[in-house]
Design a protein around this ligand. Structure first.
Ligand code: PLP
Length: 399
C-alpha cells in the first residue's frame, strides 16, 4: 500500500469543526442543543449582494478569470483600504484567495521554508498552527494569558523577534478572545517591529469592521507606514458581510508577495467564480451600514454573555471589544465533578457541558489556552440567554 505524504502526518482536522460536528450529530438525533461553537455571523448579506450575483449569472462568460482577482474586486478592496486608513496601494499589491484561510495557507507556502520560524501570540486562531505544521515551519507561541488580557506585550515581542523569525503573525481583533488592541498598544508593538527588519509581518485583520466601544481599528501601518515593505494585511468578506460560504479572502502586500500568491493561485485555483466575485464587489462597495449595525448588535450580545459569566464564582473573563467571541477562564472547574463526571481539563468540561446541558463550546486548548473555552455568541438573544443560563447552572452543580 503506498503511503501518504509525510506532511499529512502533521495535518489535523480543525478542532472547531470537530465540536461543531458533534453538536450537529446530537441535534440531528433530537437533542436540545445550543451551539456556541462555530464562528459564523448570524445574518445574510443585503439584497444588493444577491442582485449583483443574479446579474453576474445572467451575463456569465463561463471563462477562466484573473489569477489575481477581477479588476472590479481589486478596486473595491482598494477603496475599502483607503476608507480604513490604508491608502496608496495599487492593484499590483492585491490578490484574492478562496477565503482568508486559503490566503493564509498561500502566505505560509510563499514565505516559509521547512524549518523556518513563525511566531504568534497565543491564544491563536486554530488554523495558524495547523497551516504552519503542514508547510513544515517551526511555530513559536507567545503566551498571552488572561492575566495580561490575552494581549501581547512589546517586551515579549522584542524577545521573540531577537531570533529573527521569518514571520510574525498577528490577529486583531482576535479570534478566540475578541480582544482589540488600542492605538497606543499597536504603536508600542509597531516600534518593536520597526527595530527588527528581518521578519515578515502578517496582520490577520478579518474582523476589522466588527469593533465596539469606540476603540476603533488600528493596524501597525497606521502608525508606522514604513513597515509596509514587509507587512501583509489579510481581509475577508466572511464575517463582516454575512458571507462565510462565499469564500472570498483578500490581501494587501508588498508587490513581490502579492505576485507570489498570484503564481500560487495560477496553480491552485486559477480564479474566483464570476458570480462570487460580483457578490463580493457588491458587498465591499455597497452600503456599509450592515457591519456597523452588526457591531452594535454584537456589543449587546457580548454584554449579555459577560453579565452571566460575572455571576459565576471563580470564572474570569477579560472584556472583549470586537469580533463575536468571549473567552472566559473556566479553570475554577478543574478538579471538580459534574454528577459522576470528573472535570480534569477544558475538553472534559466542554464534553460534560454538551452532554449534560446541550451547550456546545470549543475547548480553549484548540486555541492554545487550556484554561479557557470559547463562546461564539452570534445566535438569537433568546437562544443565547438560554445557553448562558445552562452554563451557569452547570457551574452551580459542580461538586
Ligand atoms: N482568520 C481568523 C482569525 C478567523 O477567525 C477565520 C475564520 O474563522 C479566518 C481567518 C478564515 O476566514 P475565511 O472564512 O475568510 O476563510
Amino acid at each position: 500500500m503506498p503511503l501518504l505524504a509525510e506532511r499529512m502526518s502533521r495535518a489535523k482536522p480543525s478542532a472547531i469543526m470537530v465540536v461543531a460536528e458533534k453538536a450537529k450529530r446530537l441535534k440531528a438525533a433530537g437533542g436540545d442543543i445550543i451551539s456556541f461553537s462555530i464562528g459564523v455571523p448570524n445574518f445574510l448579506p443585503g439584497e444588493h449582494v444577491y442582485a449583483a450575483a443574479r446579474e453576474a449569472l445572467a451575463h456569465d462568460s463561463g471563462q477562466y478569470g484573473s489569477n489575481r482577482g477581477s479588476e472590479a474586486l481589486l478596486d473595491a478592496f482598494l477603496k475599502h483600504l483607503e476608507g480604513s486608513g490604508l491608502p496608496g496601494y495599487e492593484r499590483k499589491n492585491l490578490v484574492v484567495g478562496v477565503g482568508a484561510k486559503h490566503t493564509l495557507y498561500n502566505l505560509a507556502e510563499a514565505l516559509l521554508n521547512p524549518g523556518d520560524e513563525i511566531v504568534f501570540p497565543t491564544p491563536y486562531w486554530t488554523s495558524y498552527v495547523d497551516i504552519a505544521d503542514i508547510v513544515g515551519a517551526k511555530t513559536t507561541l507567545l503566551p498571552c494569558p488572561p492575566e495580561q488580557n490575552y494581549k501581547l506585550k512589546p517586551g515579549q515581542l522584542a524577545k521573540a523577534l531577537a531570533s529573527k523569525p521569518k514571520v510574525f503573525l498577528f490577529n486583531n481583533p482576535s479570534n478566540p478572545t475578541g480582544m482589540v488592541y488600542s492605538k497606543d498598544e499597536i504603536a508600542a508593538l509597531a516600534d518593536v517591529l520597526v527595530a527588527h527588519p528581518d521578519t515578515w509581518i502578517i496582520c490577520d485583520d478579518i474582523y476589522n469592521r466588527l469593533v465596539f466601544d469606540g476603540v476603533g481599528y488600528h493596524n501597525f501601518l497606521h502608525v508606522r507606514p514604513e513597515l509596509r515593505e514587509r507587512t501583509i494585511v489579510v481581509d475577508s468578506i466572511s464575517k463582516t458581510y454575512g458571507m462565510p460560504g462565499w469564500r472570498v479572502g483578500l490581501i494587501a502586500a508588498p508587490e513581490k508577495v502579492a505576485q507570489a500568491l498570484v503564481t500560487l493561485n495560477s496553480n491552485h485555483i486559477t480564479n474566483l467564480p464570476e458570480v462570487v466575485t460580483a457578490a463580493a464587489v457588491a458587498a465591499l462597495s455597497g452600503p456599509q451600514d450592515i457591519p456597523a449595525q452588526k457591531a452594535k448588535e454584537f456589543a449587546g450580545k457580548r454584554d449579555r454573555v459577560l453579565a452571566v459569566l460575572a455571576a459565576i464564582p471563580g470564572v474570569k473573563c477579560p472584556r472583549p471589544q470586537g469580533a463575536f467571541y468571549v473567552f472566559p477562564d473556566i479553570s475554577v472547574a478543574f478538579g471538580r465533578k459534574h454528577g459522576s463526571t470528573a472535570i480534569g481539563n477544558d475538553v472534559d468540561l466542554c464534553n460534560a457541558l454538551l452532554e449534560a446541558k446541550g451547550v456546545a463550546c470549543v475547548p480553549g486548548s484548540a486555541f492554545g489556552e487550556p484554561r479557557a473555552l470559547r463562546i461564539s455568541y452570534t445566535c438569537p438573544d433568546a437562544q443565547l440567554d438560554e445557553g448562558m443560563k445552562r452554563i451557569k447552572e452547570f457551574f452551580a452543580e459542580l461538586i
